[in-house]
Every structure is written in structure tokens, then in C-alpha cells.
Design a protein around this ligand. Structure first.
Ligand SMILES: Cc1ncc(COP(=O)(O)O)c(C=O)c1O
Length: 344
């Protein structure tokens, strides 16, 4: 049994027991393999290395209250990977193959799956990468698909906490009609430096506006945006936002609670009308936002505007209710009425 302090896990790369692999070449997938060697070898001219012909997914497996082990909505991740791969001109695994490889990854690394009761889970990271050596800017139908995993904490323990976000005036995330709605590895490269600056200034999150006009809210650097207004759950409709599975789930849960779900452009001005706002993604389900500062220059001192929702650390009733419902279903404490949990 791995010696892991389940209560102090963060969200980090982790060396577990095995990685599950498959290789697509000459029009077909080779057999699914597992390896305990935590290193891959590629040609130095691999397209994935030079041209970022690489994309990935992120989903979670949970140890439930009754001892079952489940993955949460892997079918949605399989579909999103197919959509991203098509954008890159690459073949993608079928839903069946995707789920089989994710299951195998969980089964092979069971000692790294946090036991029930620690608010922790196992993060699965499927990666599709183009290993073919090629200089020309044309897709080559050879891919390498790997599923790796890492035990992951909840960040919060049993209690949610809110954090501050910043709108950077001098950075955009995604161009209109560009790559923003695909889960491309390349999309994340441009967020590293602004995140570093934001974190140094005490902001947990970066909130990006639509780059064409900067008049609408797009999403956070690693999660979707939502706001609560009266009895409505409001989330941006935008071509350059990643279609988040957590957000999709929150919308269904909000509707179950009798809330109105509004998926539409969210003008920047509307940030002052929400009672609560949050980020949503698989790492933490919800990051409640205490306040959002607008800074013309991220590294500068000027704050041109602040949208305040809560004192730092406090969490509002809607975020609490939504978070508890989703994590309750994931940990098998509440009934899975939508059939989101795939038993392993
Ligand atoms: C930019 C971005 N938006 C949204 C999300 C949330 O997507 P999902 O809930 O499907 O993981 C992520 C992934 O974590 C992300 O990187």
C-alpha cells in the first residue's frame, strides 16, 4: 500500500504504478498496453514537440461510501477529446476504448486511489500526442494515446473557501474563431506567466474577457465562469470557452434545484449584478470567488475596478448547495439520479 497522507494531497504530477498506452499507426490502433516506465521516447522532430500537436483531458475517479469505485462522466470526456482531435486532424480513441483505458489506469493504480472519507479522489489525465517526425505543417495520422493518473486532494478539505480573481487588461486567452473551445495543450502555454504574476499578487484565478471586444466575460484560465443572479445560474455562451463538463453538470444540478439556467453572453458590467460567482472545473468542482479586481496591467499596481461578492474565504449559499450536491453524488452519499457515475 502506498504511504500517502490522503488529507494533505494537492493537485500535482505523481508517479503512480502504471501508465496505459495505445499507438495509432497505418490506420489502426495497436493493442492497449501498460508500462511501469515513467518516460516516453520520441523522435526529436515529433510534431507534438514542435507544433503542439497535442491535446488532453481531465476527469476523476472516486472511492464511494459503499466501497464502489466510479469514474465521473467519462463519456463526456471521450466525446470532447474526439472533438479536439478532429480540430487537430488526428484520429481519436472511440468512447469505448477511452473508457476502457481509463478504467484500466484506475485498476492498475488502485493503491493510489484515495479511500473514502478524505474528500480526495484520483485525477485521470488522458493525453493524445503526435509523435511523427515532420517539418511540414500538415497533420500526420499517427498518434500516441496515454492515460496516466495522480491522487488529488480537494484543496478545501470538508469546507469550501472563496478566493480572489483578477481580470488582466494586458492578456487574452483565446482569439475569436481560434482554439479556445478545444482542450489543446497549446492553450495553456500562454497562461503560465500571467498565472505566476496573479499568484504573486494573491489572486487565485485569472478571469479572461472575450478578446475581440473585451466587453464580455469568457472564462477563467483553468475553469468556466458562472454567476448567481436571483434564482438564476448564469454562464457565458462564447465560441472561445472550453465546454466544461463540470459546468454542464452544475447546470443540470441547478435545474434540479429549480433554478433558471441562463447560458448567454455575459457583459462585463453584469459582474456587478451577481450575488455569487465561481469557477468550475474537475480539480475542485467549484472555486467560489470573493472578489474580482480589474487591472489594466497585470503586473502593475493600478486596480481600475473591483467587483466584491463576499469577504475573502467566505462562501455563499448557492455555491455551497451546488458543491455539496455534486460531491455528494461523486462520493456515493447522494443518489446518482442522472447516471453520471460509471462503476469500475
Ligand atoms: C480553460 C478551462 N476551462 C474549463 C475547464 C473545466 O472543464 P471540465 O469541467 O470539463 O474539466 C478546464 C479544465 O479543467 C479548463 O482548463
Amino acid at each position: 500500500m502506498a504511504q500517502i497522507d490522503w488529507d494533505s494531497l494537492g493537485f500535482d504530477a505523481y508517479r503512480t504504478r502504471t501508465v496505459v498506452l495505445a499507438h495509432y499507426k497505418d490506420g489502426a490502433w495497436g493493442k492497449i498496453e501498460t508500462t511501469e516506465t515513467f518516460s516516453f521516447t520520441f523522435d526529436p522532430f515529433a510534431q507534438g514537440l514542435h507544433y503542439a500537436i497535442s491535446c488532453f483531458e481531465g476527469l476523476k475517479a472516486f472511492h464511494q461510501k459503499n466501497g464502489d469505485i466510479i469514474m465521473f462522466r467519462p463519456d463526456r470526456n471521450a466525446a470532447r477529446l474526439q472533438r479536439t482531435a478532429a480540430f487537430l486532424g488526428l484520429p481519436a480513441p472511440s468512447e469505448e476504448m477511452f473508457i476502457e483505458m481509463c478504467k484500466l489506469c484506475v485498476k492498475n493504480n488502485l493503491e493510489f486511489l484515495p479511500p473514502y472519507g478524505h474528500q480526495a479522489s484520483m485525477y485521470l489525465r488522458p493525453l493524445l500526442f503526435a509523435p511523427h517526425p515532420q517539418m511540414q505543417l500538415v497533420p500526420y495520422p499517427e498518434v500516441f494515446f496515454a492515460v496516466m493518473c495522480a491522487p488529488a486532494g480537494s484543496y478545501y478539505g470538508a469546507h469550501l473557501r472563496s478566493a480572489a480573481a483578477v481580470i488582466p487588461g494586458d492578456y487574452d486567452r483565446a482569439a475569436p474563431k481560434g482554439t479556445g473551445s478545444y482542450k489543446l495543450s497549446a492553450n495553456y502555454a500562454g497562461t503560465f506567466v500571467p498565472y505566476q504574476i496573479a499568484h504573486q499578487q494573491g489572486y487565485a484565478e485569472l478571469l479572461y474577457l472575450n478578446s475581440a471586444t473585451r466587453e464580455f466575460v469568457d472564462e477563467f484560465g483553468s475553469s468556466n465562469f458562472f454567476g448567481i443572479k436571483g434564482n438564476s445560474y448564469v454562464t457565458p455562451l462564447s465560441d472561445s470557452v472550453l465546454p466544461s463538463i463540470t459546468n454542464m453538470t452544475l447546470q443540470e444540478v441547478a435545474a434540479d434545484f429549480g433554478m433558471k439556467v441562463e447560458k448567454r453572453p455575459v457583459p462585463l458590467e453584469e459582474l456587478s449584478e451577481f450575488s455569487e460567482t465561481g469557477g468550475c472545473g474537475p480539480a475542485v468542482v467549484i472555486t467560489p470567488i470573493s472578489h474580482i479586481d480589474m487591472k489594466p496591467v497585470l503586473s502593475g499596481n493600478e486596480v481600475s475596478r473591483t467587483f466584491r461578492y463576499l469577504p475573502d474565504g467566505e462562501v455563499g449559499p448557492a455555491c455551497t448547495k451546488l458543491y455539496k450536491r455534486i460531491t455528494g453524488i461523486q462520493f456515493g452519499e447522494l443518489e446518482d439520479t442522472h447516471g453520471w457515475c460509471y462503476k469500475i
